[in-house]
Design a protein around this ligand. Structure first.
Ligand SMILES: NC(=O)c1ccc[n+]([C@@H]2O[C@H](COP(=O)([O-])OP(=O)(O)OC[C@H]3O[C@@H](n4cnc5c(N)ncnc54)[C@H](O)[C@@H]3O)[C@@H](O)[C@H]2O)c1
Length: 310
């Protein structure tokens, strides 16, 4: 496989894959900035590199062995990269919020998309919060979900900063289509605090009528354990909170009027494994670990199905 994008996300992904003993082998690291730290690290780790972008990748002798590509550039660059790579038949795992392929949040819907040529990994905020909304949706109708993701400014490279609109739109779309919420809003905060803060996510779900609090609490706890299997630093910051709104005490929502039901509030923190940036950058880990979990499953599925067809 190859990685395009030698910034924060691409370099964290490279280090993680090289440390694993899974089915993925790194054939090349691709960038456009010959002086980037990511390309220098890849070269030091014995990986072929090119600063020639996707054309450089297509011209590398190692490209012959590439079956899967991770794109960690930016949403616009992804469109051009995919236009160049799609005709070659490689599979694409897209870590930008370009949303070309179906949204993939491994703990919720990976099995639905194992044959998709291009899989979109949504956003770091989406990987952290969509599983929670999906957990609440298992037992209740989520008429509205709002998520607030706060990441340290230092962990957001130029690619992330260029994609704030796409972050907001893609995350909201995934909260609805994968998480099951009827409406959704996403807010992203780049926090410049120094020392940098850990990634935090707050999820509000408005649940129609009386909610089964025990069932929702269990579903959230199970989901957190499942995500922790690949991001050990993913945890609840406080116990799940439930607030009831009755006819005599409704919640007023400007767009839709009075809401009667339950508000579920889930506060999450994500500490990273500090493979590239320090532990505050859990936003890198939640994305790169989800992408690796997806790619490994796709690789095993592809190997098994190609064996089954003589
Ligand atoms: N940083 C995060 O927390 C985070 C989390 C999840 C997803 N993302 C997404 O990942 C992408 C990268 O974010 P980042 O923070 O790593 O940004 P970054 O700026 O650190 O990295 C992007 C890298 O891609 C390279 N690049 C740009 N255009 C290219 C092209 N056409 N071909 C090859 N290389 C190219 C840049 O030189 C840079 O090294 C963004 O789309 C962002 O939305 C970021």
């Amino acid at each position: 496989m190859a990685i395009i994008g030698s910034g924060n996300i691409g370099t964290d992904l490279l280090i993680k894959i090289l440390r694993r003993d899974g089915p993925l082998r790194v054939a090349a690291m691709v960038g456009i900035d010959a002086a980037s730290d990511g390309l220098a690290r890849a070269a030091r780790m014995g990986v072929a590199t090119t600063a020639g972008g996707v054309d450089g990748l297509l011209n590398l002798p190692q490209f012959e062995d590439v079956e899967l590509v991770f794109d960690a550039t930016s949403a616009d660059a992804h469109l051009a990269n995919w236009a160049a790579l799609e005709p070659t038949g490689v599979r694409m795992i897209d870590l930008t919020p370009a949303a070309v392929g179906p949204y993939c949040v491994p703990v919720v819907n990976l099995d639905d998309h194992l044959d998709a040529p291009n899989l979109n990994m949504v956003t770091c905020g989406g990987q952290a919060t969509v599983p929670i909304v999906a957990a609440v949706s298992q037992t209740a109708i989520v008429s509205y979900a709002e998520i607030i993701s706060s990441i340290s400014s230092k962990s957001a490279g130029p690619g992330t900063r260029a994609n704030i609109d796409e972050f907001t739109e893609t995350t909201s779309a995934a909260v609805q289509s994968v998480g099951g919420a009827q409406r959704a809003k996403t807010i992203m905060i780049l926090n410049p605090a120094d020392p940098p803060v850990l990634m935090r996510n707050t999820v509000y779900c408005l649940v129609d009528s009386d909610a089964d609090r025990t069932a929702i609490g269990h579903a959230i706890a199970e989901t957190i354990d499942t995500v922790r299997a690949y991001v050990p630093g993913y945890r609840l910051k406080q116990p799940v909170q439930f607030e009831s709104f009755t006819a005599g005490n409704p919640l007023y929502i400007p767009e839709t009027g009075k809401f009667i039901g339950t508000r579920v509030t889930v506060m999450l923190e994500v500490a990273g494994a500090a493979h590239y940036l320090p532990a505050y950058a859990g936003n890198l880990d939640i994305m790169t670990s989800a992408a690796i979990a997806t790619a490994e499953r796709v690789a095993i599925h592809t190997r098994d199905t190609s064996r089954a067809i003589p």
